[in-house]
Design a protein around this ligand. Structure first.
Ligand code: MLT
Length: 316
C-alpha cells in the first residue's frame, strides 16, 4: 500500500504545496540570483506552485548541501548549487554528505563566466597594471571569496597560481557581502560571477580587469572587458555551472516532474533573456538530463582533484 500511496502521491506532486530551493550562499549573490530567476520560470510548469528560496550559507556551501542531503526525500526540498558540488569533495576531506550517493541529480541550468574586479580606489587601470601592482604588494593584497569551495575561491586559487602571487583571502558567506566590502574598499580584489558583477560594472562602481572566458563576452556592459587569456594568462578559463538536486530516494515520478519543469524553464524566453543580460548561458545540451548531469559532476571532481592537490589548499 505504501508503494501505491507514494506512487499516487508522486503523481499529483506538487499538489499545491510550496517547494523550497536551498541556496548554500547568502541572499543577493550570483547563486541566489540564478535560483530566484529559475524558481520564477519553473512555477508555471509546476502547476503554479509557490517556490521559495532558502539561503543556508556557510563553509563554502557545504552547510546548505548537507541540509538538503538530510532533508525529507519528498521533492519539496531541493538544492541549487554550482561547481562547489565538485570542488568540495576534494577540498573537504570530512564532508557530512557524499556528493554521489546522497543526492538525486535533476539536471544542469547554466554556465556563468567570471570577472576579475577591483575596488574603485585601486590605482591599476588595466590587467597589466594590476599584475604589476599585485607583484609590488605581494602578501598585502586582500582577495575576497565566498569560502573554501566557492566559485570565487576556485577562481582566486587559479589566479594566484597563474600570477605566482600570494594574496590574503577574506572569506564571506557569499559574494554579495564580499562585493559590498569591495565597494567600501575593505578588500582589494574579487573574482566573481557576471550574474553578480554586471550591474556593478555597468554602474562603474568597481574596476573590471578581465573576464575568465576564452572569448570576449557579448553582453553590452561586459563586451569591452579583455579576457584573462588575451591579457597574458594564456588559456585561463573559469566558467561556473549550476545544477539542481534532490535528496536521495525522492520518488522517480517526482524527479521526472521536476526535471520536465526544469526543461520548460530553460526554454522560457524571459529566463533566457535574464540570464543573457547577466552574461550567463543557459544549458541547451544533454547536461539537462539527470544521468548526464551526474556524469559531468563526477568528471569535474576528477578534473579538480589534481588542481586542488597541487594548490595544497584543504578546508580541513
Ligand atoms: C561563489 O563564489 O561560489 C558564489 O558566487 C557565492 C554566491 O553565490 O554568493
Amino acid at each position: 500500500i505504501a508503494a501505491a500511496a507514494s506512487g499516487a502521491f508522486a503523481q499529483d506532486f506538487p499538489a499545491g504545496k510550496p517547494i523550497t530551493i536551498v541556496v548554500p550562499f547568502a541572499a543577493g549573490g550570483p547563486t541566489d540570483r540564478v535560483a530566484r530567476d529559475l524558481a520564477e520560470a519553473m512555477r508555471k510548469p509546476l502547476d503554479g506552485v509557490s517556490i521559495v528560496v532558502d539561503n543556508t550559507a556557510g563553509a563554502g556551501s557545504t552547510i546548505g548541501n548537507a541540509k538538503v542531503a538530510r532533508a525529507k526525500n519528498d521533492g519539496y526540498t531541493l538544492l541549487l548549487t554550482h561547481v562547489g558540488m565538485a570542488t568540495t569533495p576534494v577540498l573537504y576531506r570530512k564532508l557530512p554528505y557524499n556528493y554521489e550517493t546522497d543526492f538525486e541529480y535533476l539536471g544542469m541550468i547554466n554556465d556563468v563566466p567570471m570577472t576579475v574586479i577591483g575596488k574603485p580606489q585601486l590605482e591599476a587601470n588595466n590587467f597589466k597594471e594590476l599584475r604589476d601592482w599585485i607583484g609590488k604588494n605581494s602578501g598585502k593584497v586582500n582577495l575576497g571569496n565566498a569560502g573554501i569551495g566557492s566559485a570565487s575561491h576556485l577562481c582566486g586559487l587559479l589566479l594566484q597560481s597563474e600570477l605566482k602571487a600570494e594574496m590574503t583571502t577574506v572569506p564571506y558567506k557569499g559574494t554579495a557581502p564580499a562585493i559590498a566590502d569591495l565597494l567600501g574598499g575593505q578588500i582589494d580584489l574579487l573574482c566573481d560571477q557576471t550574474t553578480n558583477t554586471t550591474s556593478q560594472i555597468e554602474a562603474k562602481k568597481v574596476k573590471p580587469y578581465a573576464v575568465t572566458t576564452l572569448k570576449r563576452l557579448t553582453t553590452p556592459a561586459l563586451k569591452d572587458i579583455p579576457t584573462a587569456d588575451e591579457s597574458g594568462l594564456k588559456g585561463f578559463q573559469v566558467t561556473i555551472w549550476h545544477g539542481l538536486y534532490a535528496p536521495k530516494g525522492t520518488p522517480p515520478a517526482v524527479l521526472k516532474k521536476i526535471n520536465d519543469a526544469l526543461k520548460v524553464a530553460l526554454k522560457d524566453p524571459d529566463f533566457i533573456k535574464k540570464e543573457e543580460g547577466l552574461g550567463a548561458v543557459v544549458v541547451t545540451d544533454k547536461r539537462v538530463e539527470p544521468a548526464e548531469h551526474k556524469k559531468f559532476v563526477q568528471a569535474e571532481v576528477a578534473r579538480f582533484g589534481p588542481v586542488i592537490k597541487a594548490a595544497g589548499v584543504y578546508a580541513d
